[in-house]
Ligand binder design. Structure first.
Ligand SMILES: O=C(O)CCC(=O)C(=O)O
Length: 283
C-alpha cells in the first residue's frame, strides 16, 4: 500500500477566495433531473441533489471507510494523511486515524458498500445522459477534510489533473457523507466557468488556478448539502473547498466518469493545455 503523509502544509489564504454570492439550492432527488435541468447543467456546469443516497447507504459507506483506513491495503490503493499526522500517526487509535486522513484513492472496489454508490443505477443513468455515451469510471477518490485541520483544496479544474483529450466530456460526482456547509469546507463553484475551457494552473498552495483569477470573478456559489447529497459537475467547472475550521467531519466521495473508450493523452500534452508544473500532481 502507498501510505503517505501530505507534503503540502496547510497554508494561509485570502478569505475572499471563499466568499460566495449565493448558496446553491439543491433539487430533491435524481428523479427531479429533467431535460431542463440537463440544459441548466450545460449553462452552470453543475447540478446539486439533496437526497441522492439513503441514510443506510451513507452509513455503510462511512463504515467501509473507517474499516479500510484501519486495514491492510493493496499496493495500488493510496491512503494519504494530513501533514499534521507526521509525528503522531503511530499513536492514533482506529477512530482517531480516520480523523487524520486527507485523501483516499483507488479504494472503492475493496468494499461492496462503496461499489454500490459508485455504480448506483440512478447515478449512472444521469451521468450517461450528460455524457451522451456509456460511462467509464475514470477515477475514485475521497477527501475526508478532517475537523479543525482538513486543508484547503484550492480552486482548480479537475480536467487539469487528467490525461484525457481536450474536449472530452468529464463528469465529476461528489457525494457528501456528512452534512457540509461553508465552515466545514463545502464545495464552491464558479458557475458557468466551464465554458471558458481549460485555464492555466500554477503550483502555488497546490496545483491550482491563480488566486487573482478567482478573485477577479463574480457570482461565486457555495453548495451546502445534507449527508447523502450529491454534486454532479463538469470536469472544467472551476471549484475549490476551504479549510475545515469546524468541529464537524466533512467526509466526501468523489468519482469521475468519462465516455467509454476515451483515449488517453500524454502528460506533456496535458500540461500544454493547463500549464507547466502540473507534470507530477494529484488531487
Ligand atoms: O472534497 C474536496 O474538498 C474537494 C475535492 C476536489 O475538488 C477535488 O479533489 O477535485
Amino acid at each position: 500500500m502507498a501510505q503517505t503523509i501530505d507534503s503540502i502544509a496547510s497554508l494561509p489564504y485570502d478569505s475572499a477566495l471563499y466568499a460566495p454570492d449565493t448558496l446553491i439550492e439543491p433539487i430533491e432527488t435524481f428523479a427531479d433531473i429533467n431535460d431542463a435541468m440537463v440544459e441548466q447543467y450545460k449553462e452552470l456546469g453543475f447540478i446539486s441533489v439533496a437526497k441522492a443516497f439513503s441514510a443506510e447507504q451513507v452509513e455503510a459507506a462511512r463504515a467501509a471507510i473507517i474499516d479500510l483506513v484501519n486495514s491492510p491495503l493493496p499496493e495500488r490503493t493510496e491512503l494519504q494523511f494530513e501533514s499534521t499526522a507526521k509525528d503522531i500517526l503511530h499513536t492514533l487509535n482506529p477512530e482517531e486515524r480516520q480523523d487524520y486522513v486527507r485523501k483516499f484513492m483507488w479504494f472503492s472496489h475493496l468494499r461492496p458498500a462503496l461499489m454500490n454508490i459508485m455504480f448506483d443505477l440512478n447515478l449512472i443513468g444521469i451521468v450517461e445522459r450528460i455524457l451522451g455515451a456509456e460511462a467509464e469510471m475514470f477515477q475514485d477518490m475521497a477527501l475526508l477534510k478532517p475537523p479543525g485541520m482538513g486543508r484547503e483544496k484550492p480552486w482548480h479544474q479537475d480536467h487539469a489533473y487528467f490525461n484525457i483529450p481536450d474536449g472530452t466530456k468529464v463528469v465529476g460526482v461528489w457525494i457528501a457523507l456528512d452534512e457540509t456547509f461553508p465552515e466545514n469546507g463545502c464545495m464552491h463553484f464558479l458557475p458557468g466557468g466551464h465554458k471558458d475551457g481549460p485555464v492555466p494552473h500554477w503550483n502555488r498552495r497546490d496545483w491550482q488556478i491563480c488566486d487573482a483569477d478567482v478573485l477577479g470573478k463574480s457570482g461565486q456559489a457555495a453548495a451546502p448539502l445534507p449527508a447523502g447529497g450529491c454534486l454532479i459537475f463538469d470536469g472544467l467547472t472551476p471549484h475549490g473547498t476551504p479549510t475545515n475550521k469546524s468541529n464537524s467531519r466533512r467526509r466526501a466521495l468523489q468519482y469521475h466518469y468519462v465516455p467509454k473508450d476515451t483515449p488517453r493523452i500524454s502528460t506533456a500534452e496535458r500540461v500544454e493545455l493547463f500549464g507547466p508544473g502540473g507534470e507530477d500532481v494529484s488531487c
